[in-house]
Every structure is written in structure tokens, then in C-alpha cells.
Design a protein around this ligand. Structure first.
Ligand code: G3I
Length: 360
């Protein structure tokens, strides 16, 4: 297991080793209790609390932001797990067929390694990130391109990522069945099992996840995700875990009990679970801005707390970390969904996460 110093693979589960091997740049101890508004660069490092709780704490990043010292300062201080928000996706890597541009994914890996972080690849097969040239391919040609993509990307990052979101969002939103995508239309339902087998061949060590949204608690969609991964396990397909994206609103978050029950039933299949893309929208929360921020703090506290309490939940990743950079604004309208504000200062949500990781 030479390549993953601070992480030990135990039964296909990511576990941080407290205390040793974490190559983190030295940080000066932060003041005991930092009020909201404290610069993130001075606040108590969340990654220390995460390591003490045996969990990984992650953030989605884009290479373009790594030139910003405020961004990298807060990222390096508080997180020990990185996911590429966009630049390891098929449409970002293979803009024209046969020529892969790994430079931006490599930049993210290099930053992670320089800061003692683990990296998760995202996402090998997703209908939302298919290069334009794929649409015109015949079924046979798509099969060839599909296999070449998983193989080339998996092999390129082999030994430098500890996990992959192999298949993303393949279940229909109403849970009625599989989502109708170009992969399903031309490669059949089998494409999901094929993707996992190809990923395992390309990187035998990486943990392989199925990732989706809207199935965090107990509902028709999570039931369909459950039967999908249960079937894959029964067929002996190499799948190691499930990612619960957790793009939620503070007005209607899934209940802790439902999330915990969903995590436990997936764990009973021998799978590990991670919260993979969390952000919490607050624009519709009634009341004053401080009241909205406090509701957000309690949502982050309770949901991160579920992961801390569940032995088979091994990581929580936020889809970004500062309100300066979030996909939410473009998709749902201006909002403040993350735990650091646009000036990289801590928000009440930061304390919700810190307290949850510290089991308080
Ligand atoms: O980097 C280019 C830039 O050079 C160009 O000028 C600009 C304008 O076209 O586009 C930039 O690329 C954009 C990229 O985000 C970086 O900002 C892509 O067009 C845009 O499609 C891409 O959006 C990403 C989206 O997935 C599609 O890949 C979002 O950042 C990312 O947050 C979002 O993440 C998804 C997860 O992968 C899966 N779950 C849902 C989640 C939100 O949609």
C-alpha cells in the first residue's frame, strides 16, 4: 500500500490514520474560539477535527482557482480530500477524439499531494459531461470510445487518486428505473457494470463509487439506487461504495434518521458511503440573514454528524467551500451555500461542521 501513506484500506473503506503520515504544512495554532467573520486562514483547522473523527473532509476544486492564495490558503488548512469539480470529466479531458488534456487534472493532483491530501476522481461516466463528438457515434464506435476513455483516464491517474466516481446520476429522478442516456441507448443497461469492470482494470487499487443526487434519505430514488448497487454486488461487479451528493436546501433537508438508515442499508451490502457534493441553499429560509445562517449551521451540523456517527460513512465533501465560487448561483440564483463566505471568512456553518466533527 506504498502510495497511500495516511490512508489505510480496510475492507475497501477509507480510514484516516490519526496522527501519522499526514504531510500537512505546519500551521500556527488558531485562537481558541474564533467568532464568525474570522478569516478562514486563522480558524481552527477542520482537517484536524476530521482526522480525529476518523473521517476525510473534502472540497470540490477547479485548477483555475489554485492561483489565488486566499483560495489555496483556506483549502490547504481545512481539507484533506479533493475532488475535481469539472476538469477530470470526459468533456473537459477529451475535447476532440483521441487527444486527452490531463493538465488541469494533474494540477489539482499536484496541489493535493503537496498538501498531504487524498484525491477522488470525478466522474468517468456521466451523461452531463459527454464531449460533443460522442453524440454522432454509432453504438460500436461509442463502445470503443467509452472503453478507451475509462482505460486512458484511469491509467493516467492510477496511484494518484484513491477513489473514482465511476458512474454518476444513472438513475431516473422518479426512481422508476435507469435514466435514459446516450450510454443506455447505445450500450444497453450493461454499460454500468462494464464501466466498473473497466475502471477496476485501469486502476486496481482505487475505490470505485456510484454517485447520485436525490437519493440521500429513504425514497423511491434511493430504493432504486439501492437495488442497482445490490444487483451489481450480486453479479460480482467491483463496486466499493455509494456517493450521496447532498445538494440540499435548508428549508427541506432529508432527515438525519432517513440518511442514517440509508447509509446502514448500503453498508449492509458491504459498501462504504460518502457524502460527495454537499451544499446547503438558504435563500428561501424565512427571517433575517443571521437567522438564515444559523439554520444553515444546524443543517451542516446534523448531516455531517450523521456521517461522523456512521462507521461506514468515510468522507464528507462539500461542492466548493467558499461562496465566492459555487455552481449554485448560476443554477438556482444567487445564494450562500457553503461554509466560508465570499471573503474566505468563517460562517456559522463552519462551526456546525467543526462541532459535528468534534462530536459536540
Ligand atoms: O473552464 C471553462 C472556461 O474556460 C470557459 O470560459 C467557461 C465558459 O464556457 O466554461 C468553463 O467550463 C465550465 C466549468 O463548469 C468550469 O466552470 C463548464 O462550461 C461548465 O459546464 C462546468 O459546469 C460544471 C458542471 O458540473 C458540468 O460539468 C460545474 O462547475 C460543476 O459544479 C457541476 O457539478 C455537478 C457534478 O459534477 C455532478 N452532480 C451535480 C453537480 C452540479 O451540477
Amino acid at each position: 500500500m506504498s502510495r497511500i501513506a495516511p490512508i489505510v484500506l480496510a475492507g475497501a473503506m477509507l480510514v484516516t490514520q490519526t496522527g501519522c503520515g499526514d504531510k500537512r504544512p505546519p500551521v500556527s495554532p488558531s485562537p481558541p474560539t474564533a467568532p464568525s467573520g474570522t478569516p478562514g486562514i486563522l480558524a481552527e483547522p477542520l482537517r484536524d477535527a476530521a482526522r480525529a473523527s476518523g473521517k476525510l473532509l473534502g472540497a470540490a476544486v477547479q485548477s483555475g482557482f489554485l492561483a489565488d492564495g486566499r483560495y489555496t490558503g483556506v483549502l490547504g488548512r481545512h481539507f484533506n480530500y479533493l475532488t475535481a469539480e469539472y476538469e477530470m470529466k470526459w468533456d473537459a479531458i477529451e475535447r476532440s477524439r483521441g487527444s486527452n488534456d490531463f493538465s488541469r487534472g494533474d494540477a489539482i493532483v499536484a496541489f493535493g499531494q503537496a498538501n498531504g491530501m487524498q484525491i477522488k476522481g470525478h466522474a468517468l461516466v456521466w451523461h452531463g459531461s459527454v464531449p460533443g463528438w460522442v453524440g454522432a457515434l454509432s453504438a460500436a464506435d461509442l463502445r470503443a470510445a467509452f472503453e478507451a476513455h475509462i482505460q486512458s483516464v484511469g491509467e493516467h491517474f492510477r496511484g494518484r487518486v484513491v477513489a473514482w466516481d465511476v458512474v454518476n446520476e444513472a438513475v431516473a429522478d422518479d426512481g422508476s428505473g435507469l435514466r435514459d442516456t446516450v450510454f443506455r441507448q447505445k450500450l444497453g443497461d450493461q454499460y454500468i457494470a462494464d464501466a466498473f469492470r473497466l475502471a477496476r482494470q485501469a486502476d486496481p487499487q482505487a475505490l470505485l463509487f456510484y454517485n447520485d443526487y436525490g437519493g440521500e434519505g429513504l425514497n423511491q430514488k434511493s430504493d432504486r439506487i439501492y437495488s442497482l448497487v445490490q444487483g451489481l454486488r450480486a453479479q460480482g461487479v467491483p463496486i466499493d461504495g455509494v456517493g450521496l451528493q447532498m445538494h440540499i436546501t435548508a428549508t427541506n433537508p432529508p432527515s438525519d434518521a432517513n440518511i442514517a438508515a440509508n447509509v446502514r442499508r448500503l453498508a449492509a451490502l458491504g459498501l462504504s458511503v460518502n457524502i460527495s457534493e454537499m451544499d446547503v441553499r438558504i435563500r428561501d429560509v424565512p427571517g433575517t440573514p443571521p437567522m438564515r445562517l444559523d439554520v444553515q449551521r444546524s443543517v451542516y451540523h446534523s448531516i455531517v454528524g450523521v456521517c461522523v456517527a456512521e462507521p461506514r460513512c468515510d468522507a464528507v465533501t462539500f461542492w466548493g467551500f467558499t461562496d465566492a465560487h459555487s455552481w449554485i448561483d448560476a443554477q438556482f440564483g444567487a445564494d450562500d451555500p457553503l461554509i466560508f463566505d465570499a471573503q474566505y471568512a468563517v460562517k456559522p456553518a463552519y462551526f456546525g461542521v467543526l462541532d459535528a466533527l468534534s462530536r459536540r
